[in-house]
Write a protein that binds this ligand. Sequence first.
Ligand code: ATP
Length: 248
Amino acid sequence: IPPPAALEVDDLTVVYGGSVLALDGVSLRVPDGAVVALLGANGAGKSTLLRAISGTLSLHGGSVRRGTVAFDGVPSTGRSAADVVAAGIVHVPEGRRVFTALSVEENLRAGQLGPGRHGRGAYRESLEQVHSLFPVLAERRRQAAGLLSGGEQQMLALGRALMSRPRMLLLDEPSLGLAPQMVEQIAGIVRRIHEQGVGVLLVEQNAALALQLADEAYVLEVGRVGLSGTSEELSRSDEVRRLYLGER
Ligand code: ATP
């Protein structure tokens, strides 16, 4: 029997407003330190799955009707968003929501957990780590985050998430709306995050990119898992090639 995956979703069923079915019996696992991609058309339920894992569904009027989410084998359905972060799972939602009126460094400070949780000096250490991944955030530390470009704001959103030293990141469309060069940079960052042993559940419209970065992938089709497998397997699937990789 394999050890429990860091994150295990079983038969998850989610509704919005009491009646709109957004997920219908979804099961998925993210092994410790793995990158797992979540593909699917608009409205398939990708963002909903991330919200259910991070405990933020209720902010969007959604609720879990059936099924479980477990971390390290411990069911956590109904955990608060703060408890999920404390357990080491951090959600970076779509749209890189940074605090535009705060400085870059203040945004990063907001990402650390309560003082003392990681001991003295931990803030400096985390900050140095984030600055080494994103030198631009060091260069522009005193500027308002609202003055950063879209790609730099995405870096700030990722850097802020890393400030709490997560074990796993839930990334919703990190490349959305970015210029190709910036997409490459973000991809490089995801690789480095992976190398540091942090797991990633990656929602990406750019399926080619997602399959390059991920070890395994799941395809959501209107609230259900249609296909799943290693990235290699899915890259060879006719359906994935036609529907998500734009091949004929
Ligand atoms: P996208 O890439 O467009 O964000 P997605 O795969 O992330 O798509 P979700 O946003 O999770 O899909 O949406 C899944 C379903 O739930 C859709 O039918 C959507 O209309 C519905 N939905 C999403 N958010 C809400 C909400 N806050 N209230 C009601 N219905 C919602």
